[in-house]
Ligand binder design. Structure first.
Ligand code: CUA
Length: 156
């Protein structure tokens, strides 16, 4: 029995749509797996110690009153644990996690971000007031969560 022309056409459109949909699905899964929605850099969370700049966490002076702070979050602490910058400094934080999801919050400032394994969290802040600031994890990450903190000293 011969198919009607229209039936054939509809079948082709149907199959074509299905294939296109499937390809879109595969593509979106692929894109989601390799590119985070915010477009930030990714990192292999099992190779943090070997991946620059996280192979050397610390405080780096970029120019006058401008610092880059590279931080590694892990259950249950931050490396480095104590950061010191002069008052008026703009600090560019780069943070990643070696294990689970952590938080990165500095109370009294705008700094409040999530730190996901496999991702690099970037945030900046200008410290205009001297003093000792706390760095807190505000995402529950396990039994030591409440002990996970660091210090940031802003010196005169
Ligand atoms: Cu890390 Cu809570």
């Amino acid at each position: 029995m011969e198919m009607h022309r229209y039936e054939k056409l509809w079948l082709m459109i149907g199959v074509g749509t299905l294939v296109a949909f499937f390809l879109l699905l595969v593509y979106s899964q692929y894109a989601m797996g390799f590119m985070p929605a915010d477009g930030h850099a990714t990192i292999d969370s099992t190779k943090v110690d070997q991946t620059p700049p996280f192979n050397q966490p610390g405080v780096f002076k970029k120019s006058d009153k401008e610092y880059e702070v590279v931080l590694v979050a892990l259950a249950f602490g931050f490396t480095p644990n104590v950061i010191e910058v002069p008052v008026g400094s703009t600090v560019h934080f780069k943070v990643t996690s070696k294990d689970v999801v952590h938080g990165f919050e500095i109370p009294m400032t705008r700094v409040n971000a999530m730190v996901l394994p496999g991702h690099v969290t970037e945030t900046s802040y200008t410290f205009k007031k001297p003093g000792e600031y706390l760095i807190l994890c505000n995402e529950y990450c396990g039994v030591g969560h409440h002990m996970m903190m660091g210090k940031l000293r802003v010196t005169e």
